[in-house]
Design a binder for this molecule. Sequence first.
Ligand SMILES: O=C(O)c1cc(=O)[nH]c(=O)n1[C@@H]1O[C@H](COP(=O)(O)O)[C@@H](O)[C@H]1O
Length: 270
Amino acid sequence: MTTSQLVQEIKKKKSFLCIGLDVDLNKIPEHLLKEEDPIFEFNKAIVDATHHLCVAYKPNTAFYEAYGLKGWSALEKTINYINKNYPELFTIADAKRGDIGNTSTMYAKAFFEDLAFDSVTVAPYMGKDSVEPFLTFKDKHTILLALTSNQGAFDFQTKNAEGKELYKQVLETSKTWNNAQNLMYVVGATKAEFLADIRQIIPDSFLLVPGVGAQGGNLQDVCKYGMNDSVGLLINSSRGIIYASKETDFAKAAASKASELQVEMAQILG
Ligand SMILES: O=C(O)c1cc(=O)[nH]c(=O)n1[C@@H]1O[C@H](COP(=O)(O)O)[C@@H](O)[C@H]1O
């Protein structure tokens, strides 16, 4: 999907919500555990109930890898289901990959070709040659970790090296890489006070912003400092939406939580 198609969808739906499909078998309704593929059945119900309220879905691959082959199969079925039934939705494989160049090429093939995701999250730590292989895929997007939502972000990302915080170096240097137009960045909603500085460096790039809901980030603050003319934001909530109920009404309850955020977003967009 191109960035302009994503922007069109955001404007049409008045939503820049991304729903995180972080499926934990201990948290899903018990009746689903009797199904052959409970993870996929859960995702299918959530997606069918919420697709009109959001513009993106983000399965975090850890939640699938934890269940071995069955988990990976559920991930494959989920991405295929979304692509077939709701092709207008942007998909993010939250896998946080990145390795030496030839290994990164294989990671990129895994998520862009074998599983047809629109984007993948990547750690910048190994530098240019570890990220550029992801950037060579047309209309696919690499979402680089810039300033993450967790407390540990302060261990390295905000530390000064050669007079500049590491996350700023990531933003500035990555802008110079080949096919940098295919980059987006992760900035945690819990780091909203950094967004004005971040926008000075990357005014036009899309930001994936996790950390509203369960992690306590604030949507209004993120929008105040992080929004640009094309909106430029994908706000992710996972647990806060998908685990709204553990009963048979779980999909409806998730839609209701998603709707609360979408309504707030529509008001912000005006
Ligand atoms: O890359 C991410 O999506 C990510 C980056 C970050 O800085 N913080 C963060 O929480 N995430 C992911 O976003 C999701 C947040 O989930 P909730 O806290 O349940 O909304 C999880 O899948 C995290 O792994």
